[in-house]
Design a protein around this ligand. Structure first.
Ligand SMILES: [Zn+2]
Ligand SMILES: [Zn+2]
Length: 402
């Protein structure tokens, strides 16, 4: 286990899907596919007809522009060597029904459940010991690159930009895994933090701790290595669903599986915000984000301070104040709000800001992004949460493509 450095939950994997060109804007919770008049719907927070409280679970978006080919996680789904399926994999560690101000789930899953990926360490123990874990898998292989190169790269190329694939074999030179943040000369930027025992989580000074357990080990005679993970769903880089802070939405099933992949994938603006304050209405105004921009990643002082690299939760982070959130809702077309610490909301306005963002069920909040070393500007963002049925949050894998 000690060699299992920087094991990363590869949502990319659990969420393999086909992405096509994204152009048409839409709301985070449109009516079922086929009824695409929702593209023109712009509001709203006040709408709350009975129909409005039925979450939509989609497999196909925009007439086939996006096809989700990942399975949902649910208790009846098959699980390796189990007669009873996956069973109870999700529970509410904090519930609004007991007076908590938010719903906060934890998840426990064998790493090879449902739609998942195998890393070389699964069946080769020397690769396992050398650290060939899922965090070393090449995102260029896992994600379609628009321009296909004739010299195809292998899963473990020897260096950045070297797409010659000379590591296809198993020579010694392949025994130092690479954990890449930038792929193919900047074509792909990984903006997801690794999960390690020190990954921060709200209310903890020690981080998430030992989140990964090796259930069967080749060192004990098993034919393969097989891990299980246990995580609070709001740790590390993750997404919030409306049920996080609205208990009626939670009960109605507005979980992470109902989030719209069209909002989570598409053109996005990465902006730097003033470093000396929280994101207020005044700050939002000063950013002059044009109408029509639907996805914005806000880089703040949190990145400069490296807060996501510190295991102790730090309440002095910056984020949205309620008036900043309200200004965004009232004056922009933004439906995806990304931020670089564990909460989009400043600690002093933790609940009110979330309530403003989540009330309309249109805005998706991605928290804990790794925005260091990426230039401000326009990218294509690709964010894929795990399909955890019933969860009000999920680890999420986000990448930017240039
Ligand atoms: Zn969260
Ligand atoms: Zn949040």
């Amino acid at each position: 286990m000690t060699q299992l450095q920087s094991f990363l939950l590869t949502c990319t994997v659990a969420h393999v899907m086909l992405l096509f060109a994204l152009a048409t804007p839409d709301a985070a919770y449109p009516p079922p596919y086929g009824l695409d008049q929702s593209w023109t719907t712009t509001t709203t927070a006040s709408a709350s007809s009975a129909d409005d409280l039925i979450p939509v679970r989609r497999e196909v978006y925009g007439g086939g522009r996006i096809i989700d080919i990942s399975h949902r996680y649910h208790s009846e789904m098959p699980s390796w060597e189990s007669d009873d399926g996956l069973g109870h994999f999700l529970w509410l560690a904090k519930t609004m029904k007991n007076g908590s101000l938010s719903n906060n789930s934890e998840m426990k899953l064998p790493a090879h459940t449902g739609t998942h990926v195998d890393a070389p360490g699964h069946v080769y123990d020397h690769y396992f010991d050398a650290g060939f874990d899922v965090d070393t898998l090449d995102l260029d292989v896992l994600n379609a690159i628009p321009i296909l190169s004739s010299s195809s790269s292998c899963a473990y190329p020897s260096g950045y930009g070297d797409g010659l694939g000379d590591c296809v074999g198993v020579g010694d030179s392949c025994l130092s895994p690479m954990s890449r943040q930038v792929h193919e000369n900047g074509e792909i930027f990984d903006i997801t933090h690794k999960f390690t025992p020190h990954t921060p989580v709200g209310d903890s000074t020690e981080g998430i701790g030992q989140f990964l357990t090796l259930l069967t080990s080749m060192k004990n005679g098993s034919d393969y290595n097989f891990s299980e993970m246990k995580l609070p769903v709001h740790s590390g880089t993750h997404v919030d669903a409306p049920g996080h802070m609205y208990d009626n939405y939670y009960d109605e099933g507005y979980d992470v599986d109902s989030l719209d992949l069209r909002v989570l994938n598409g053109p996005a603006l990465l902006v730097d915000v003033p470093r000396d304050k929280n994101i207020t209405a005044e700050v939002m105004k000063s950013l002059h984000i044009p109408k029509g921009v639907r996805r914005v990643l806000f880089r703040t002082l949190n990145t400069d301070r490296g807060l996501m690299y510190k295991k102790a939760f730090d309440t002095s982070y910056v984020g949205f104040m309620k008036d900043g959130a309200q200004w965004l809702v009232n004056n922009t077309d933004i439906k995806l709000v990304g931020i670089d610490y564990l909460s989009v909301a400043a600690f002093n306005d933790l609940i009110p800001s979330h309530l403003v963002f989540l009330e309309g069920k249109e805005i998706i909040l991605v928290e804990g992004l790794k925005l260091d070393d990426v230039q401000p500007g326009i990218y294509s963002v690709h964010c894929l949460p795990l399909r955890l049925v019933g969860a009000e949050g999920s680890p999420i894998r986000c990448i930017l493509m240039k």
